[in-house]
Write a protein that binds this ligand. Structure first.
Ligand code: PLP
Length: 444
């Protein structure tokens, strides 16, 4: 049994089985957020908390943006729901065109989902359906990368590379998956500013799997261009280019999971644009609606779409979809978010702030416990030395100490992760960093 909370006005917490949460510890000492605006959350004790993480890497334009809320409420007042199976509503089509317009050239066919996990499973299914439609049905193998996070569907955890997310389900993961090596080698990359210079050749690990399985059995490779959830791993210079070269040469589809990196996080609409590397499929979610309504999507290269659609003799071409694919409220939220990003130049703003953010986070190199700092765009990982026998404990304490000091950071393992809304001001960047320093000084 959890201890009851000591916070005033705390509801009975027993019914909500919290996701990715240490339920017993949390409910014994809860941290509740009750409101949000711009760069700040309001905690249940009334304190303003500077949001250093854009929620879960998702409120890129800041919180409670009126333009998005109004678009959603107006839409719900007009059309609460319309199916997208054999029916449609006009905004679904306009919204897909708006998303396609900011994707890399050629990726202009958009499949809507409700989350990043669904986007990942959708992309994997599109890859399999494409090869089948293209006369290569034997291409069924799906390759992920160690330390990758692709959500929590069975597809996503099968190509994912985080042991804790896989072990309880290990006997039931998708057959025919494999993983290339991750890209993090601290001895060569420690305290790199931006992309590490060392590590392009790690992409050649795909050649090992091609030699093992034969390229003719491999459908797709999925990677996060910048790995977020595992603790911010920035791709080495030349790595993604090399992965693209190898996949293209061997007829393997390349999927970029841009659930975190999309919508300005790296200073461009997509990481693909930022790195100048165009995959065949892009998954997205989070910032697509500024998190005001759940939504996700897959952008597919037109030829992939056309191959699947034209190969079908008649009727439904792709047996896949969600009741809420292109939900009217989500469609309205996507369009309002994209307009806001454009009107306020938020992607450009993130790019302009990047050098200031980079210099600020790297000042933590000499803070207590810090063993590495990694950054790109408005993302940073500050890795702490694990406490002996208690991995993750130090980062958890740092998270709590930051929260006490009015700053929300995220922690994963022993890495503190920062991904502030793109509207952050320079002085707030410095505040984030100073609070982290003070918290690290306080903890053992
Ligand atoms: C790269 C990546 N893919 C997929 C997901 C899953 O998204 P969701 O939690 O919306 O299902 C996440 C979530 O953090 C993510 O970071």
């Amino acid at each position: 049994m959890e201890k009851p909370s000591t916070l005033p006005n705390t509801p009975d917490m027993s019914a909500f089985w919290m996701p990715f949460t240490a339920n017993r510890q949390f409910k014994a000492d809860p941290v509740l957020l009750t409101a949000a605006s711009g760069m700040y959350y309001t905690a249940s004790d009334g304190r303003q908390i500077l949001d250093g993480t854009a929620g879960l890497w998702c409120t890129n334009a800041g919180h409670c943006r009126t333009e998005i809320i109004q678009a959603i409420t107006q839409q719900l007042g007009k059309l609460d729901y319309a199916p997208s199976f054999q029916l449609g509503h006009p905004d679904a089509f306009t919204t897909a065109s708006d998303v396609a317009a900011i994707m890399p050239a050629g990726l202009d066919r958009i499949f809507f989902t409700n989350s990043g996990s669904e986007a990942v499973d959708t992309a994997l299914k599109i890859a399999l359906a494409y090869h089948r439609a293209n006369g290569q049905a034997q291409r069924t193998r799906l390759i992920g990368r160690e330390r990758g996070y692709h959500g929590v569907g069975f597809g996503g955890i099968s190509v994912g590379g985080i042991a804790a997310n896989r072990k309880a389900f290990s006997a039931n993961l998708l057959p025919g998956t494999d993983h290339i090596a991750h890209t993090h080698h601290a001895e060569h990359q420690r305290f790199s500013k931006g992309q590490p210079a060392w590590g392009a050749e790690l992409a050649d690990d795909l050649l090992r799997l091609i030699a093992l399985h034969d390229a003719s059995t491999i459908a797709a490779v999925i990677v996060e261009p910048l790995a977020g959830s595992t603790g911010v791993l920035v791709p080495p210079v030349g790595y993604l280019e090399r992965l693209r070269e190898i996949t293209r040469e061997h007829g393997i589809l390349l999927i970029f999971d841009e659930v975190i990196t999309g919508f300005g996080r790296l200073g461009k609409a997509t990481a693909s644009e930022r790195f100048g590397v165009t995959p065949d499929l892009i998954t997205m979610a989070k910032g697509i609606t500024n998190a005001a309504i759940p939504a996700g999507a897959v952008a597919a290269r037109r030829e992939i779409h056309d191959t699947i659609v034209q190969a079908a003799s008649n009727g439904i071409e792709f047996f896949h979809g969600y009741t809420y694919s292109a939900h009217p409220a989500a469609a309205a939220a996507v369009r309002a978010s994209l307009k806001l990003y454009r009107d306020e130049g938020l992607f450009e703003r993130a790019l302009a702030l990047e050098p200031i953010f980079q210099e600020a986070v790297h000042t933590l190199a000499d803070a207590p416990h810090v063993v590495d700092v990694r950054n790109l765009g408005l993302v940073a990982g500050i890795e702490l030395a694990p406490r002996a026998g208690a991995p993750g404990a130090r980062a958890l304490e740092a998270f709590r100490a930051c929260f006490e000091r009015g700053v929300l950071v995220r922690y994963t393992g022993d890495t503190l992760a920062l991904s502030p809304p793109l509207i952050i001001e320079e002085n707030q960047i410095h505040e984030l960093v100073e609070v982290i320093r003070s918290a690290l000084t306080k903890i053992a």
